[in-house]
Design a protein around this ligand. Structure first.
Ligand SMILES: *Cc1c(COP(=O)(O)O)cnc(C)c1O
Length: 488
């Protein structure tokens, strides 16, 4: 399968190169025209294991990896890292289903992809080494640290804003284990971290390559190696429902997806292209509902206030993976996509033509939840359906209630409620007694005591883990820190 940019076909490469490069030199995202003609024998996967489904899908989408390499990657990605026997259990919530994507090492769905990406990267390397640089506002950093822990020939350096992450997020990063992981707190905010990392990429990539034979790379959500592992659980959920007789093979399922960067839901589109009987893919946004507006009007406009919500991982105004969907919806028209992205860059908005809009509406529906509605949804799920859900999942739960097509509904549940224990607790029970002095653990414990749900081991154990990373650097010191990590 050949990959090229969403914005041109000038450079063609295999999936290994796409995984290593992440982003195309022209700023576009790696896509393949061939996925439109590709298929997987879905019916035959209905009695296969999660790992066997990974293999069947990767064999098609990442076809320049050898069988041996794929098996190596699959054997290392998930084993021993998940709390549940099924990696992604499907459970009931009222008359709907929850696809639980949060039983991995950091209790959030980004683990599904970040457990696999490092394996795919290490098998794509040809003798050189890689240093991953990542700026994080809190959550992605830990998932990346955990995924890359002890990866072969790859190191990772994470920068987070000093004093501006939650106490639990701080502990998750400061206690990260692995001989190849590095963490620095930066005296600045998240934007400073991100700008600092971009500057290192922009000014030092060549020097570091020449001096140390180390390539700089990133692990962000536009990488093909993050997208492809997310296709699997759409198939896995379908399989589980067929197995227990909730649906028959061939019935259509709607998937409702808490959406920010559009990576998760795009993977659902890939599953549909490969032959999974998908009904509607439903985008659920929070108050930053730029995508909902786009899917209702055909106009994408990021010129609006950025709202801080209780579902921070969806607080996004530029949804980068949407570019891939625009590519497919336009009939693989690179020039057209390049034009839209130019408009977005220059004016902060673009409008799609009617054919593209119709194609998008054929595949997607959408809705959103305000902060208040998310809180009400958490309370309703608990009080009426006896399920504890996190604020991201709550947006999807609210939207699922509104949009019934007649198909069975699967809500993608993207984080453990214990990662957002304060908001989950207050939504259901109101203010915690003695809350002025309550830390993250106090909220987790109170939530667990009142609901009878168990705190995930990975979060509970943070209390007693050794603090391994204590470096605090100035914005100007970020580059030196990276070099120090590379020199080991
Ligand atoms: C990242 C994230 C999302 C959004 O996923 P996208 O792929 O960016 O659309 C939703 N929920 C949680 C908990 C996340 O961490």
């Amino acid at each position: 399968m050949q990959y090229h940019s969403t914005r041109s076909r000038q450079v063609l490469c295999g999936s290994k190169d796409a995984v290593l490069k992440g982003l195309c030199p022209d700023g576009g995202l790696f896509v393949s025209d061939e996925i439109l003609k590709a298929s997987v024998d879905m019916k035959s996967l209905m009695d296969k294991s999660y790992e066997e489904i990974v293999y069947a899908v990767f064999k098609v989408l990442l076809d320049d990896y050898t069988d041996e390499e794929l098996k190596y990657c699959i054997s290392r990605a998930y084993k021993g890292k998940f709390e549940t026997e099924d990696l992604t259990p499907v459970t009931g919530i009222g008359d709907k289903y929850l696809l639980e994507l949060y039983h991995g090492p950091t209790s959030a769905f980004k683990d599904m992809a970040l457990c696999m990406l490092p394996q795919l990267m290490s098998k794509a390397l040809k003798g050189e080494k890689v240093m991953i640089l990542t700026a994080t506002s809190g959550d992605t950093g830990k998932a990346a640290l955990s995924g890359f822990q002890d990866a072969e020939n790859i190191g990772i350096t994470v920068y987070y804003p000093y004093g501006k992450v939650s106490d639990i997020q701080y502990l998750q990063m400061a206690t990260a284990e692995g001989g190849n992981v590095h963490v620095a707190a930066v005296r600045g905010n998240f934007d400073d971290c991100q700008t600092g990392v971009k500057k290192i990429f922009g000014t030092m990539t060549e020097e570091i390559k020449n001096k140390y034979n180390v390539s700089l790379s990133s692990a962000n959500s536009i990488n093909v190696g993050r997208l492809v592992p997310q296709v699997i659980y759409y198939i896995e959920a379908y399989k589980q429902l067929v197995k227990r007789g909730a649906i028959s093979y061939g019935d259509k399922l709607d998937y409702i997806v808490p959406t920010g960067n559009f990576g998760d839901i795009l993977a659902g589109y890939y599953a549909k292209l490969l032959g999974l009987p998908v009904g509607k893919l439903i985008v659920a946004s929070n108050e930053n509902n730029v995508l909902t507006d786009f899917l209702k009007t055909g106009v994408y406009d990021k010129n609006r206030d950025f709202i801080k919500t209780i579902s921070p991982s969806m607080d996004i105004l530029v949804s980068s993976n949407l570019e891939r969907m625009l590519f497919y919806a336009s009939g693989c028209d690179c020039d057209y996509v390049a034009g839209l992205m130019k408009d977005l860059n220059e004016k902060g908005r673009f409008e799609v033509k009617p054919e593209v809009f119709d194609k998008l509406r054929e595949v997607f529906d959408c809705g959103y939840a305000t902060n208040e509605e998310s809180k009400q949804a958490i309370a309703k799920a608990f009080n009426e359906d006896h399920r504890l859900i996190d604020p991201h999942t709550a947006c999807a739960y609210k939207v699922a209630e509104e949009l019934h097509t007649g198909n069975k509904q699967v809500i993608l549940s993207t984080a453990s409620p214990f990662k957002f224990a304060k908001d989950a607790y207050e939504s259901i029970f109101g203010a915690l007694e003695g809350s002025a002095s309550a830390d993250g653990f106090a909220y987790m414990e109170a939530l667990s005591a009142k609901t009878g749900e168990k705190i995930p081991e990975a979060l509970a154990s943070l209390k007693t883990k050794e603090i391994r990373h204590k470096d605090v650097v100035d914005i100007d010191g970020m580059a030196d820190f990276a070099v120090k990590c590379i020199e080991g």
